[in-house]
Structure formats: structure tokens, C-alpha cells
Design a protein around this ligand. Structure first.
Ligand SMILES: CC(C)(COP(=O)(O)OP(=O)(O)OC[C@H]1O[C@@H](n2cnc3c(N)ncnc32)[C@H](O)[C@@H]1OP(=O)(O)O)[C@@H](O)C(=O)NCCC(=O)NCCS
Length: 178
């Protein structure tokens, strides 16, 4: 699999939900995979989905190869970790889409696939928010280039210490272009 230099567009990818017939054998995101996202997809994602803990979406290129995946679930963010204050609202938590996993095939890195996956998640959460309250996207990732990657796409860091050099990030869907 070779990386393409042009940024991917919606026509470059087909998105499919993980199912029992999905062939994952050619997918490998094990390079620089401190968060064990390769193992998760190959060993845990299907069972996780059957338990309704997270749904995995796979992104196929025009050659029908999987170039990346995301796993999403319902989630929340504590109000005090966002800059948002809603007049007359005594909520402690705000509804959010939990972006549990996001990874790109090792051979496809730095060619815009990751950016495409993030934008797809923002569009997905915006669509979901029409039918169920959903104001934010929330995720946990490692401090370093990963947090820069997300902040470049409009995510903000929460002031909260997590174990293992990890950061909680959120995206306000009201900031997303329709
Ligand atoms: C993080 C990840 C999803 C980025 O995917 P990608 O397809 O390489 O992302 P893009 O091509 O859209 O570009 C990402 C940006 O991050 C930078 N970047 C990507 N990998 C990098 C690395 N190893 N070191 C430094 N910067 C890096 C790129 O230079 C680019 O910045 P630019 O747009 O300013 O040039 C990918 O590296 C990955 O799958 N990593 C392993 C799994 C993981 O850690 N996922 C995130 C956990 S939530």
C-alpha cells in the first residue's frame, strides 16, 4: 500500500461498520502505536461492539484496502472542564460523543488520512446531534504530536491531569461548520 500525496476527499473513501465478515488481515497500524490500537482492532473491537461499548467504522480506499478506523460511543464531559456556561442550567455534565479510538495504517501516515478521519467524526457527531443531544466530542490521547494533531483540528485541552502523560481533549460542535 502506498501513500497518496493529495489530501483525501470524501470520494476517496468508503466507510463501513465493522461486522463478523470484515477482513482485517491487511490492516496494520502498529508503527508508533503506544496506545495499542492495532491490537484493539484485531483482538477486541468486534466483541466490544457486540457488547454495545463502541462501534468501529473502517475507511476503505479505492483499492478496497482499510486505511484507518475510528471507534465511537456515547460519552460526556464535566461542565467545569469546558468554557461553556448555559444560563439557568444546573447540569454537571454535558453530552458528548466519545472518540475512543482513531488510527491510520502505518504506511498511510502523514498524507491527510488522520485529518479526514477527524473531520468525518465531527460530521458524524453533528448529524447525531439532530436526534440526540450531543454538544461535544471528547477523547483521551497522549501529550505530544497527538495532542497537536487534534488541537490543529479545533480540539481544546482540558485542565485535568490523567495518568501516563495523557490528555483529555474536547471539541465544541457549535464551532463546526455545517
Ligand atoms: C495520530 C495519527 C492518527 C495521525 O494520522 P495521519 O494520517 O498521519 O495524520 P495527517 O496526515 O492528517 O497529519 C497529521 C499531522 O500530524 C503530524 N504527525 C503525524 N505523525 C507524526 C509523528 N509521528 N511525529 C510528529 N508529527 C506527526 C503530521 O506532520 C501532520 O501535521 P501537519 O498537518 O502540520 O503537517 C496517526 O499517526 C496514527 O494512527 N497513530 C497511531 C495511533 C494513534 O496514536 N492514534 C491517535 C490516538 S487517539
Amino acid at each position: 500500500m502506498s501513500a497518496n500525496n493529495n489530501p483525501p476527499t470524501p470520494s476517496n473513501f468508503t466507510v463501513k461498520k465493522l461486522c463478523d465478515k470484515t477482513d482485517l488481515s491487511s490492516f496494520d497500524c502498529s508503527y508508533d502505536d503506544e496506545l495499542r490500537l492495532n491490537d484493539f482492532l484485531h483482538k477486541e473491537a468486534f466483541e466490544y461492539q457486540q457488547e454495545d461499548m463502541g462501534v468501529t467504522y473502517l475507511f476503505y480506499n479505492n483499492d478496497d484496502e482499510i486505511v484507518g478506523y475510528v471507534t465511537v460511543a456515547m460519552g460526556f464531559i464535566r461542565k467545569k472542564r469546558t468554557p461553556l456556561s448555559v444560563e439557568g442550567d444546573d447540569k454537571i455534565h454535558f453530552p458528548a460523543l466519545w472518540l475512543g479510538r482513531l488510527a491510520v495504517h502505518s504506511s498511510q501516515r502523514k498524507s491527510g488520512v488522520g485529518a479526514y478521519l477527524v473531520k468525518w467524526c465531527i460530521g458524524f457527531a453533528k448529524k447525531a446531534s439532530v436526534d440526540v443531544g450531543c454538544r461535544f466530542i471528547v477523547l483521551v490521547t497522549k501529550e505530544g504530536y497527538r495532542t497537536k494533531f487534534y488541537t490543529k483540528h479545533g480540539f481544546q485541552k482540558c485542565i485535568v491531569e490523567l495518568d501516563g502523560n495523557k490528555k483529555l481533549l474536547f471539541f465544541d460542535l457549535k464551532n463546526a461548520k455545517s
